[in-house]
Design a binder for this molecule. Structure first.
Ligand code: TRP
Ligand code: MN
Length: 462
C-alpha cells in the first residue's frame, strides 16, 4: 500500500497530458491553497463502502449503473436539471433491479464532471484560433477570447457547484424522491405514453405486480423509500484533484474527496504519466476507461500498477470499443485481466465508441449502435463465462435531441430542435429508459450465470 501523496511538483516531473495552460501560476497557487482548506465533498468511509459494493459487482452479485452528462456545466446546476438526471437514473435502476434480480449500484456521472480532454489544444473558426473548450472547470464554451482563456478561479466554482449538486442529491435520495413506488409510476407513464414495444409494457406490469405483492405482504420499510447514490467523474485536472486529496484520519491513507469514485480517461492513462501516478496513491475505488487502441498487455500493465494488492472493488474497467469492434477487441482483454487473478467490475460504455458527425455537422450517436455495443458486451461475457457488471451512459433528464433513433425515432433532421450538450451527445430520458429495457432483456435472457438468492436460500438455515 502506498500511503503518502506525491506533491504536485513531484507529479509534474512525469509526462502530464490534457492540462490547461494558465497565464498566471501565482493565481493557480492561490486557488489551490484555498481549495486545500475547504471541507471534503465526500467522506472516505463512503468511498470504502462504495469499494465494497464494487467488489460485489465484480463478484457477479450486483450490477453497476453509472450515468450522467458528458460535461456538466455551471449553468445546468439547477434543481430541475439535477432532479431530471436523478430521475432517469432511478427509472433505469428499477428496471435493471427487477431484471438482474441483484442490487443495482447507482453511481452518477455528476457533481464534478466539469473537465474534458480534447484532441486538439486549439479550435479555429473563420480564420480565428482560440484555445479549445476544456469544460467549465477550465474555460467558457463561447467562442471568444475572454471566455476561452483558462481561468483558475473556475476550480473554486467546480467545488461550489459540486457541493451544491451533492447536497441536493443527498436530500433527494433520502427525502422521499427515490421511493420505489413513485419511480415505478414514472416508468409506467413512460411506457403508456410512448410506443415502446409490447414486451417492455409486459415487464412494467410484472414490476407492478411484484411491488403490489410486496406491499400486500406488509413489506414497507426504509429500503423502499431510499437509495444509496454515489458521485463520480473523470479525474482529469490534477491541480483540482490533488487539492481535494486528504489523508483520512481513520486509516491514515489518502482519498480523493472530490468524488466517491474517479476514473482515469482513455487519453491520460499512460503508464509513466502523472495521472497513473496520482491514481496509484488514492484509496478510492477507481475506473479505467479503455478504448480500441488498448492491447491486452497495456491493460494488464495498468491494472498491476493501479491495483498491486488485488484489492476487491478497487478496479472498474469501463470499455468503449464501438459497436463494430467490441466482439473482437474485448475478449482478449477480459481474458488477460482475469488471468492475473483479479476480480474487476467489467462495465460497458456504449457511447464513446459510436460517435459520428451528421451531414449537417452535428456530433451524434445512433441508438441502434449503442444497443449493438451493449449486446456485444453481453455476448462476450456470456462466451467467457464472466459477469457483465454494468453500463456507463451519457444521459440527461431532458427531452433533448442529441442522439438519433430510439422509440421516438429521432432523425438526423430533428437534431437541430434541442441540441444542448456542451460536449458529447447524450441520450434523452426516453432513450435512456428504453436502453434500460434492452439491458434488462439481456439480463433476463437466462444465458447469464448469476446467483439466485431464492434458490440458494435453504429452509435448514433456521
Ligand atoms: N433501496 C433499494 C435499492 O436501492 C430499492 C429502491 C428504492 C430502489 N427506491 C429505488 C431501486 C429506486 C431503484 C430505484 O435498490
Ligand atoms: Mn463524453
Amino acid at each position: 500500500m502506498v500511503d503518502q501523496i506525491p506533491t504536485l511538483s513531484e507529479l509534474r516531473t512525469r509526462p502530464v497530458a490534457q492540462q490547461p495552460l494558465y497565464a498566471d501560476p501565482a493565481a493557480v497557487d492561490a486557488v489551490l491553497a484555498e481549495l486545500r482548506l475547504r471541507p471534503p465533498l465526500v467522506f472516505a468511509g463512503e468511498c470504502d463502502e462504495l469499494k465494497r459494493r464494487v467488489a460485489e459487482v465484480a463478484a457477479g452479485r450486483s450490477f453497476l449503473l453509472q450515468g450522467g452528462d458528458c460535461a456538466e456545466t455551471f449553468g445546468s446546476v439547477t434543481a430541475g436539471d439535477i432532479r431530471g438526471k436523478l430521475r432517469v437514473l432511478l427509472s433505469m435502476a428499477v428496471v435493471l433491479t427487477y431484471a438482474a434480480q441483484v442490487p443495482v449500484l447507482k453511481v452518477g456521472r455528476i457533481a464534478g464532471q466539469y473537465a474534458k480532454p480534447r484532441s486538439k489544444d486549439t479550435e479555429t473558426r473563420d480564420g480565428i484560433t482560440l484555445p479549445s473548450y476544456r469544460g467549465d472547470a477550465v474555460n467558457g464554451l463561447e467562442f471568444v477570447e475572454a471566455a476561452r482563456r483558462p481561468d483558475p478561479h473556475r476550480l473554486i466554482e467546480v467545488y461550489n457547484h459540486s457541493a451544491a449538486t451533492l447536497n441536493l442529491l443527498r436530500a433527494f435520495v433520502t427525502g422521499g424522491f427515490a421511493d420505489l413506488r413513485a419511480v415505478h409510476t414514472w416508468n409506467r407513464d413512460f411506457v403508456r405514453n410512448s410506443d415502446v414495444e409490447e414486451r417492455y409494457e409486459q415487464m412494467t406490469s410484472e414490476i407492478e405486480r411484484a411491488l403490489a405483492f410486496m406491499v400486500a405482504c406488509g413489506v414497507d420499510n426504509e429500503s423502499l423509500r431510499t437509495v444509496d447514490f454515489y458521485a463520480s467523474h473523470e479525474a482529469l485536472l490534477l491541480d483540482y484533484e490533488h487539492a481535494l486529496t486528504r489523508i483520512d484520519s481513520r486509516t491514515g491513507t489518502p482519498y480523493d474527496t472530490s468524488a466517491h469514485m474517479v476514473w482515469i480517461g482513455e487519453r491520460t492513462r499512460q503508464l509513466d504519466g502523472a495521472h497513473v501516478e496520482f491514481f496509484r496513491h488514492i484509496r478510492n475505488p477507481i475506473g479505467i476507461k479503455i478504448g480500441p487502441s488498448a492491447t491486452a498487455e497495456d491493460v494488464v500493465e495498468l491494472v498491476e500498477r493501479l491495483d498491486p494488492d488485488h484489492e476487491p472493488g478497487r478496479l472498474t474497467i469501463i470499455t468503449r470499443m464501438g459497436a463494430g469492434r467490441i466482439r473482437s477487441l474485448l475478449p482478449p482483454i477480459v481474458a488477460a485481466v482475469e488471468a492475473t487473478g483479479r476480480k474487476v467490475a467489467w462495465v460497458c460504455d456504449p457511447m464513446h465508441g459510436n460517435t459520428f458527425e451528421t451531414s449537417l455537422g452535428y456530433k451524434t450517436r445512433a441508438f441502434s449502435q449503442v444497443v449493438d455495443e451493449v449486446n456485444g458486451f453481453f455476448d462476450v461475457h456470456e462466451q467467457l463465462g464472466t459477469w457483465p457488471g454494468g453500463v456507463h451512459i451519457e444521459l440527461t433528464g431532458d427531452d433533448v435531441t442529441e442522439c438519433v433513433g430510439g422509440v421516438g425515432e429521432l432523425a438526423e433532421a430533428d437534431l437541430a430542435n434541442r441540441y444542448e450538450t456542451a460536449c458529447d451527445p447524450r441520450m434523452n430520458r426516453d432513450q435512456s429508459l428504453e436502453l434500460a429495457f434492452v439491458v434488462a432483456e439481456r439480463l433476463t435472457s437466462g444465458r447469464i450465470l448469476r446467483p439466485n438468492p431464492v434458490q440458494e436460500f435453504q429452509p435448514e438455515d433456521f
